[in-house]
Design a protein around this ligand. Structure first.
Ligand code: PLP
Length: 415
């Protein structure tokens, strides 16, 4: 791997990345495609996702409510279609995934089911400084149960800029039979670190605890094998690496071992399988399926673009996608390291090798000025106060040539 335009173009050709780009719609800068490295924030729309929304509008006009049954495909099948398309990306069996609501809402009701504290077993292990919504979520769940976060919440600190898996394993063993739940982001939103979910899940189970994850930054970004790892539950949003659209519908995974006819602790009519839903029976009858966790009618306007984006994504096998993704981020790292070599240590890369697409750069000074400069040049990255730039080129629609060009623009901004 070398930091040259010729190498970047050769890689783009090898993976036909420029052709893949054509399937997506890019923001424009000076009548040219902008460099969009924000797969970690809001994935770009695919052309077919735009068409899917137009199609729902036309079906709504043509069929009214009958669109649920008569549209092609019938609207009430879209949730199942999206769930099926997701299976290879989360490593789930076919009854373990459902697509519904949005992320924080899903995590709340998953926790109402999976976090059942007793006098003895009530503690929760999390990573320190998790995404704020996760912090509020866990603290408010504890308060809902009348438990003080000071007594129950154990936050595992970073060592420097990253977490050490062993710290999780040691703490899980130390808390032992007081531990009710381990709850982490699969990939930390800030430093981009991928947690070793298989090892952490096994350690949690060894002491009789539940392991659940917020996969907002992991799904579509790193290989996941939730079923085989024995993960108890997980949830994610679909607007980042899954390209579902702004605020799009969320997804959940519930391991088969937890699926039964009883469904979730709090129920709604949409959790009744579709054959029986419209019988309007007073008694809830679920199925051994994550779909029983539906409570409300899902948004068809959110499902349609997600299904389209997933169909496009599924033209490639996950392992081929992730191989390409790894090379793209490694190339970005190489470009950045060369800039550091040439221009002095104006920033550091805090993301460890165990990661997905995202790299996080911490600037010594002038970070904000450099971010503003990048924006002016049509480069979309993400600024986090007080000193961080996060960027995530995704192998769905970013090219090695864009990474090379980004390096040139950054070097110029630093000089
Ligand atoms: C790690 C993580 N968790 C939770 C959320 C909140 O998601 P939502 O607003 O869809 O509930 C986000 C949003 O970016 C996130 O990055």
């Amino acid at each position: 791997m070398e930091n040259s335009l010729a190498f970047a173009q050769m890689m783009d050709k090898k993976f036909a990345l420029d052709t893949l780009q054509e399937a997506y719609v890019f923001p424009q800068h000076l009548q040219k495609k902008a460099i969009y490295f924000l797969g970690n924030s809001l994935g770009l729309p695919a052309h077919n996702a735009h068409k899917a929304v137009e199609m729902i509008n036309a079906q709504w006009a043509a069929h009214g409510v009958e669109g649920f049954f008569e549209a092609q495909p019938p609207w009430w099948d879209l949730e199942q279609q999206a769930a099926q398309e997701l299976l290879p990306w989360v490593g789930a069996q076919d009854t373990e995934v459902a697509v519904l609501n949005s992320l924080t809402v899903n995590l709340h009701f998953l926790l109402l089911h999976f976090y059942k504290p007793s006098q003895k077993r009530f503690k929760i292990i999390v990573e320190e400084k998790a995404f704020p919504s996760d912090q509020y979520l866990i603290k408010s769940q504890l308060e809902f149960h009348g438990i003080s976060p000071e007594d129950a919440l154990i936050e595992i600190p970073r060592r420097g800029t990253c977490w050490d898996t062993q710290d999780f394993l040691d703490q899980i063993a130390a808390v032992g039979d007081q531990l009710a739940l381990v709850f982490l982001g699969g990939v930390n939103y800030y430093n981009g670190q991928l947690f070793e979910l298989e090892k952490i899940t096994a350690a949690a189970h060894k002491v009789g605890a539940i392991a659940g994850y917020d996969l907002a930054h992991a799904v579509g970004n790193v290989p996941l094998h939730l079923h085989d790892w024995g993960v108890d539950f997980a949830a994610w949003c679909s607007y980042k690496y899954l390209n579902g659209g702004p605020g799009s519908i969320g997804g959940i995974f519930i391991h088969k071992k937890h699926l039964d006819q009883k469904g979730p602790t709090l129920k709604g009519w949409w959790g009744v399988p579709k054959e029986k839903r419209f019988l309007m029976e007073p008694k809830y009858e679920g199925a051994q399926h994550a779909a029983s966790w539906h409570q409300s009618t899902p948004s068809i306007f959110a499902l349609a673009p997600l299904c389209a984006a997933l169909q496009l994504r599924n033209k490639m096998a996950p392992h081929a996608f992730f191989d390409r993704q790894k090379m793209l981020t490694t190339f970005l790292e190489k470009v950045l390291l060369e800039i550091l070599e040439q221009r002095g240590s104006k920033f550091s890369i805090i993301t460890p090798k165990l990661r997905g697409a995202q790299l996080t750069l911490i600037f010594n000074k002038e970070g904000r000025r450099i971010f503003d400069d990048l924006q002016r040049q049509g480069v979309y990255v993400d600024w986090r106060e007080p000193d961080a730039i996060r960027l995530a080129p995704t192998a769905q629609y970013n090219t090695f040539s864009e990474v090379y060009r980004f390096g040139e623009i950054l070097a110029e901004a630093l000089s």
